[in-house]
Design a protein around this ligand. Structure first.
Ligand SMILES: *[C@@H]1O[C@H](CO)[C@@H](O)[C@H](O)[C@H]1NC(C)=O
Ligand SMILES: *[C@@H]1O[C@H](CO)[C@@H](O)[C@H](O)[C@H]1NC(C)=O
Ligand SMILES: *[C@@H]1O[C@H](CO)[C@@H](O)[C@H](O)[C@H]1NC(C)=O
Ligand SMILES: *[C@@H]1O[C@H](CO)[C@@H](O)[C@H](O)[C@H]1NC(C)=O
Ligand SMILES: *[C@@H]1O[C@H](CO)[C@@H](O)[C@H](O)[C@H]1NC(C)=O
Ligand SMILES: *[C@@H]1O[C@H](CO)[C@@H](O)[C@H](O)[C@H]1NC(C)=O
Ligand SMILES: *[C@@H]1O[C@H](CO)[C@@H](O)[C@H](O)[C@H]1NC(C)=O
Ligand SMILES: *[C@@H]1O[C@H](CO)[C@@H](O)[C@H](O)[C@H]1NC(C)=O
Length: 463
């Protein structure tokens, strides 16, 4: 072969890798569980400023689809969880949904993916599970027959669909879903050339076992830590690859080795509560910059089990969302604050070299906090909700609120906020070990400043 041929050959190889397969650029999840978030049109500008080429929304909000009109941003929309059961048994309902939420926007907005529900197989209530794949089929049929055949249908699942993920070669789907749901789903994804959408957070395995999992390994920051799978001899340099490959092996086990994986969510919290570790701006920036660099690398890196594969992905999330339930970390996954400023600098195209960024604040909570924590009323708590939270906290038994009785140490001041703060601290101190949290639907927050005064001592939690 002459030199020119060699070049041509190399060119064809490169070209086929970069165009036949999906673009490796990174997208962003646009969650809307906040009461202080920018408008859809401002959000679209922000998404562009982050250089995201795709956006995933958690519904089919017409305002957002309109705001995305005539942009280059590809959209992934979602059929809400509560519609899955009915749609699974009615082609008419599926058609109606597609007619109402997809077709009117399809010509001007690049809707490319339609996800059926969110983490359905993680819901404790399993009534929807068996409807999931039938609903995927019905919606796919509607898209095909109603003129939007290019939209891929999938469903984002969490890593808890695996009952075993270590070593990666041992990856196995949970036995309660493996044959009944995963097999038909993989068959559907294979037949329709769609993707296995999965939420992959190295943060969660790390916080559940920070003694044995190295933080840098979870942050894709370790230069000298490797793990070799004893069965395959594949060598891992970060936890993300291990998790993705566990899924690859689980799919292989069911006879579907080639289905492409799409990271439907990944990210790291930039803040959280005092009783949570590792959630800080330094780690969040480090993880997200590293994962973007990995996922956008040319040529693609893939994983040890799938070297060179493109792994399309969405980073979670655009904003810190103040109405997300659960621990404080849940409300701190944003790349942006609701006031539109960056939590830290990041470029989702992966083109900005890390050394260009300004120095990050040092991590403050990579080690567990040592000391007392109290649980008090959060800012902006609504009076009516606070009254019912107070009575809930006080009705959980074991004298939670005795000191609030008239004449007792904590009865004064006789204000709702004071009483609720005492009740929250007292409740949390008593019930934390049983799984109770300092949350109360967003009415409560942790503090390390002792709220006690005079003879009124607030119960505290010590970690
Ligand atoms: C599903 O169908 C049932 C029976 O027709 C109906 O009562 C229910 O409201 C429907 N659910 C939703 C979310 O539309
Ligand atoms: C749902 O859970 C019940 C009770 O645990 C079980 O009997 C049933 O088989 C489960 N259904 C599915 C679809 O997993
Ligand atoms: C592999 O997974 C199974 C459960 O699916 C588990 O019992 C076993 O311990 C795992 N093997 C290793 C080496 O961890
Ligand atoms: C890895 O490298 C870092 C910094 O160079 C060093 O502090 C650490 O001890 C090394 N870890 C191992 C397991 O060799
Ligand atoms: C893994 O490496 C060991 C030792 O080098 C070798 O005996 C074994 O055959 C290898 N296994 C695979 C699957 O390559
Ligand atoms: C679907 O399965 C067939 C048979 O295993 C395989 O050859 C093909 O590559 C698969 N396609 C996808 C997209 O997974
Ligand atoms: C935006 O919000 C963050 C977090 O509340 C705050 O630290 C920052 O100063 C705000 N920036 C502006 C420009 O208001
Ligand atoms: C309440 O008190 C009983 C009896 O002392 C004890 O067994 C139980 O664990 C207490 N419950 C909590 C939440 O502390």
């Amino acid at each position: 072969m002459g030199l020119a041929h060699l070049f041509l050959f190399a060119f064809i190889l490169l070209f086929s890798v970069s165009s036949a397969k999906i673009s490796s650029k990174v997208g962003i999840c646009y969650g809307q569980l906040g009461d202080n978030l920018p408008s859809p049109s401002d959000s679209v500008k922000l998404i562009q400023s982050l250089k995201a080429i795709r956006v995933k929304i958690y519904d089919a909000n017409p305002k957002i689809l309109k705001a995305l009109k005539n942009t280059d941003i590809q959209a992934s929309i979602m059929l809400p969880n509560n519609l899955i059961v009915n749609i699974s048994s009615s082609q008419t309902l599926a058609d109606k949904w597609v007619q109402k939420y997809v077709l009117p926007y399809y010509s001007d907005t690049k809707i490319r993916y339609l996800l059926i529900g969110n983490e359905i197989l993680s819901a404790p209530d399993n009534l929807t599970w068996s409807s999931l794949v039938p609903a995927m089929r019905k919606i796919r049929h509607s898209l095909k027959t109603l003129g939007a055949p290019k939209i891929k249908v999938g469903t984002p699942l969490a890593m808890d669909v695996l009952q075993s993920s270590f070593p990666p070669s041992n990856g196995t789907f949970r036995s309660d879903v493996s044959d009944s749901i995963m097999k038909p789903m993989l068959q559907f994804l294979n037949r329709t050339k769609s993707f296995f959408f999965v939420d992959v957070y190295t943060y969660f395995p790390w916080i559940s076992d920070p003694k044995n999992i190295n933080l840098d390994y979870a942050l894709l920051q370790a230069s000298n830590i490797t793990y070799t799978d004893p069965v395959t001899n594949l060598t891992y340099t970060n936890l993300f690859d291990q998790m993705v490959d566990a899924l690859v092996f689980a799919m292989r086990r069911l006879g579907y080795p080639d289905i492409r994986i799409w990271i439907a969510e990944t990210g790291w919290p930039n803040g959280g509560d005092y009783d949570q570790i590792g959630a800080n701006i330094y780690n969040a920036a480090t993880y997200n910059r590293n994962i973007v660099k990995k996922l956008t690398a040319r040529p693609p890196i893939g994983t040890p089990a799938r070297p060179g594969w493109v792994i399309p992905s969405f980073i979670f999330s655009l904003y810190n969302e103040n109405q997300k339930p659960g621990p404080g970390t849940e409300r701190h996954f944003g790349l942006l604050y609701p006031n539109k400023t960056n939590v830290y600098e990041i470029d989702l195209s992966g083109e900005t070299p890390t050394k260009v960024y300004k120095p990050l604040p040092k991590p403050t909570n990579n080690e567990p906090y040592k000391g007392k924590i109290w649980c008090v009323v959060a800012e902006r708590a609504n009076t009516k909700e606070l009254e019912s939270a107070l009575s809930y906290a006080c009705s959980q038994g074991n004298k939670t609120c005795d000191p609030l009785q008239p004449g007792k140490a904590c009865s004064k001041p006789d204000s709702l906020e004071w009483h609720a703060s005492y009740a929250f601290s007292s409740y949390w101190a008593q019930f934390k070990r049983l799984g109770g949290s300092c949350y109360f639907n967003g009415l409560a927050t942790q503090t390390i400043k002792d709220p006690s005064h005079g003879s009124c001592k607030f119960p505290s939690v010590t970690l």
